[in-house]
Design a protein around this ligand. Structure first.
Ligand code: HEM
Ligand code: CA
Length: 808
């Protein structure tokens, strides 16, 4: 029987004793979606009471709460003297977590340190243990569990057994009642908000900061590196705060991620290719990802350096950051490898963060990168990273070596930087520029190029034109984008990085295409050796744009579901399972919640029927069948498997749910970026001029590859396979950036119409040749625009005569 459930997310206690439901509001738990003005911080109850509440909530949810922090460890002042959370995950302030993260501690250390501190055994200002005979050394703390707070395995099992029957004793109940009656005392807690408010911005600065701060002048920390992901929907953690879901909404245990992967994400083969998309979609998509999302793991490194499977948890139950999962005994791959004894797949939880407003409620997660599309994959996301880029093949993201084509692309962008910098260096107009100015101006161009390729070439392959128009994602022909909105939150959303944008994992092929030789992909993960083959960069690049990618669907190649980063047979990971587990780690609500949020559609809990209202409306028969095997109820389907297996919308390559998340995210990254390349807002002291934009727009990923490799012929659109409509072109025929300072086209101007239904425009060459652009401008250039949709009014120079015209 339910006796007490904590729904911390709402800051209320639901008391359902004797069937009577009472709600009592308390704090300080709240989340970013709540109105901060309505928040009233209240007195923190005694630690014992918290422990009691917590224990009971664990029982209530029938969970061992593995790795969860004992309630008694909570409610402790941080070094700043700021109260963080009563029950929540966050004993440390935002600033503190970043420091800690950089020092490579994991979250559990901090908790234990906080306990030591509470006991007077640790001095948080000096960060040293207090030297008494009872104080334990840091090393000891890292290995010895605290007897009083850590339940033994036996106790844990007991708890589970008792879980459905235990009731609070009268004494306990009295204690809780007392706690409730003592509320509130608003003066007790000073909520910290050191986060971001120590940043002073220079509104006249012409360039982006390296760490993304001060892009939004009202909220300097929006989009900054090492800040939490934002959320479209509040998280659904098992205990409302930080525990991953282990049970479904109807209280049925969820299948483990490896089992789900085996049911659902089987198996793309070379037969499931998705022409005309080329594998360059995969490579650029990953490169873009490495500009905008990198989740901080608890141990602070990538992929994992905390081996939770070898960590004897019975002796070290204090490590709350391990979230391993089981490999089933009948696993189709692992049962035959490693002598059938590997049953554990390593998984480390992402580092816990507060939300941006320094509200410590739900567990949030950090993005280590600047959230904006700003070239941080090339330059790094912190000044320290930038300074570390000493050699020209170095680049901004430690994951650059994940696969060789990605490493090639990173190299191409570094070379592109050098190419543009060289141009400025050689330009007479720039003779008095400092090195720093050349660097910044070049960085500005490189970021703009990445944005342009993203919105102009990459996104159109994923989202139909109608969708992109609807969400304002279509690049302009000419002129400026003037809709920068400082109230738009540019931050990467958790659902995007932990699920929707991982759609790219489905593009991955079995074979790493290296012209003339196809290698099994897994052999070349995290190993850049192919780059050192003769013409390695060229061949890796060609292999990607000459070959199709896989279709975006639930099927993923065994190279990444069986053998991710495998070194000997059977020791690899499963990327699909990691995606699922990561979603649970981050508290992502299940798929049907997102579907409902995006489309308003509801799905009945037990209706897996494909293509019908009330069932899996957007799924095909095969996908629905797979999902029905992996989940007891539709409302349990994790976001990644549910979203990626939707049938694509017409003209798109993604179904409605991932389309919705991607479109909103890319809109946020455009409308919320003060330095967006097409933008002209009075708040940007240094927008691209119309001439600069005009000279810039013809640039393509193909040309950037051409200019920085030995490739001489290339399809104009590298995101599509070469074909009759995407033929190979000579690199020299592809337009390069035209830097207007050295001669470039003027803005388009209207000329009085030559006939009634055509709007004619012309531009002139402002600064005649010789110039240094790839393609010099000369004289005048004319074009017709928007035939027949123009005019009809008075005063315009065109007049269509009032009749209906069909465009000719
Ligand atoms: C060979 C290719 C790739 C490999 C080996 C790879 C591998 C990985 C791994 C191991 C993770 C961490 C999983 C976790 O523990 O949560 C990850 C995360 C991710 N991947 Fe990939 N990936 C590849 C390609 C791509 C592509 C093509 C895209 C998108 C177009 C993509 C998007 C992402 C995203 C958004 C994340 C989350 C990043 C974060 O916030 O930390 N990946 N990938
Ligand atoms: Ca970035």
């Amino acid at each position: 029987m339910t006796i007490l459930a904590l729904t911390l997310s709402d800051g209320i206690i639901l008391d359902e004793k004797d069937g009577i439901r009472r709600t009592v509001t308390f704090g300080p738990v709240r989340h970013s979606l709540q109105d901060p003005t309505k928040f009233v911080p209240l007195k923190v109850p005694s630690l014992d009471v918290i422990a009691l509440l917590k224990k009971d909530s664990e029982n209530e949810q029938n969970l061992i709460m593995e790795g969860n922090l004992d309630a008694r460890k909570r409610g402790i002042d941080t070094p700043d003297g700021n109260m963080t959370s009563m029950f929540g995950a966050h004993l440390i302030t935002q600033k503190e977590s970043v420091v800690i993260h950089k020092q490579g501690f994991f979250y559990g250390d901090i908790v234990h340190r906080a306990i030591e501190y509470a006991k007077g055994e640790y001095n948080l200002s000096t960060r040293q243990p207090v030297t008494t005979t009872t104080a334990r050394s840091e090393k000891e703390m890292a290995t010895t569990p605290t007897q009083s707070t850590i339940p033994t395995t036996e106790e844990r099992l007991q708890r589970v057994k008792r879980s459905t029957t235990v009731l609070l004793s009268e004494t306990d109940r009295a204690q809780i009642d007392q706690f409730i009656s003592e509320l509130p005392d608003p003066s007790f807690i000073k909520l910290p908000c050191s986060f971001g408010d120590d940043i002073e911005c220079d509104a006249s600065a012409k360039y982006r900061t390296i760490d993304g701060s001060c892009n939004n002048l009202d909220h300097p920390h929006w989009g900054k590196s090492f800040t939490p992901f934002d959320r479209f929907l509040k998280p659904e953690y098992a205990n409302g705060v930080q525990e991953p879901r282990k049970f479904g909404k109807l209280n049925v245990p969820l299948e483990g991620p490896r089992e789900i992967s085996n049911f659902v994400h089987t198996t793309s083969t070379m037969a499931d290719l998705g022409p005309p998309i080329s594998s360059y979609m995969m490579t650029f998509g990953q490169f873009l990802d490495h500009d905008i999302t990198k989740t901080a793991l608890s141990k602070g490194s990538y992929p994992f350096n905390l081996d939770c499977c070898n960590f004897n948890r019975q002796q070290n139950p204090r490590n709350p950051d391990c979230f391993t999962f089981t490999i089933p005994g009948d696993d189709p791959y692992h049962r035959d490898t490693l002598r059938n004894n590997r049953r554990c797949m390593n998984f480390v939880r992402s580092q816990a963060a507060s939300d941006l407003g320094c509200n410590f409620g739900y567990r949030e997660q950090f993005n280590e990168l600047t959230h904006y599309i700003d070239g941080s994959g090339v330059y790094g996301s912190t000044v320290a990273e930038l300074n570390a880029l000493k050699d020209p093949t170095d680049n901004g993201d430690v994951r650059a070596n994940t696969q060789p084509a990605l490493s090639s692309l990173h190299t191409i962008w570094v070379r592109e930087h050098n190419r543009i910098a060289q141009h400025f260096k050689n330009s007479p107009e720039c003779y008095n520029w400092t090195g720093q100015q050349i660097f910044e101006e070049t960085r500005r161009y490189v970021a703009a190029e990445i944005q342009h390729v993203t919105y102009n070439e990459f996104l159109p392959k994923l989202l139909s034109e109608e969708i992109r128009k609807q969400f304002g994602l279509v690049p302009l022909w000419d002129g400026h984008f003037t809709d920068y909105d400082s109230t738009v939150r540019p931050m990467i959303r958790n659902s995007f990085s932990s699920a929707a944008y991982r759609m790219g994992h489905s593009l991955i092929r079995d074979k790493f295409a290296f012209p003339n030789t196809d290698f099994d992909l897994h052999v070349h993960l995290n190993k850049p050796d192919l780059l050192y083959e003769p013409s390695g960069i060229e061949r890796c690049t060609r292999g990607m744009y000459e070959n199709p990618g896989q279709k975006i669907d639930e099927k993923m190649t065994r190279e990444i579901t069986w053998k991710l980063f495998e070194t000997v047979a059977g020791d690899g990971g499963d990327l699909a399972a990691f995606n699922i587990q990561r979603g649970r780690d981050h508290g992502l609500p299940p798929y049907t919640t997102w579907l409902h949020w995006c489309t308003g559609k509801t799905v009945d809990a037990d209706n897996f029927t494909p293509g019908v209202e009330g069932g899996l409306f957007h799924h095909g028969a095969e996908a629905a069948e797979k999902l029905s095997k992996a989940y007891a109820y539709t409302c349990d389907i994790d976001l990644f498997p549910g979203g990626i297996s939707e049938e694509p919308l017409p003209g798109s390559r993604l179904g409605p749910t991932f389309t919705c998340i991607l479109a909103l995210q890319f809109r946020a990254l455009k409308y919320g970026d003060r330095f967006f390349y097409e933008g002209n807002t009075p708040l940007n002291p240094h927008p691209f001029t119309p001439q600069e934009l005009e000279g810039f727009r013809p640039i393509s990923m193909a040309k950037i590859i051409c200019e920085n490799t030995d490739i001489e012929q290339i399809p104009q659109d590298v995101f599509l396979e070469p074909s009759l409509s995407n033929p190979l072109r000579n690199c020299s025929d592809l337009p390069d950036i035209c830097f207007p300072k050295n001669g470039g086209w003027s803005d388009w101007k209207d000329s009085c119409c030559s006939n009634c239904c055509t709007r004619q425009q012309y531009r002139s060459c402002d600064n005649p040749p010789p110039n240094e652009c790839g393609k010099p401008c000369e004289g005048y250039d004319f074009r017709s625009k928007n035939a027949c949709h123009y005019g009809g009014g008075h005063g315009g120079c065109c007049h269509c005569g009032g009749g209906h015209h069909d465009g000719h």
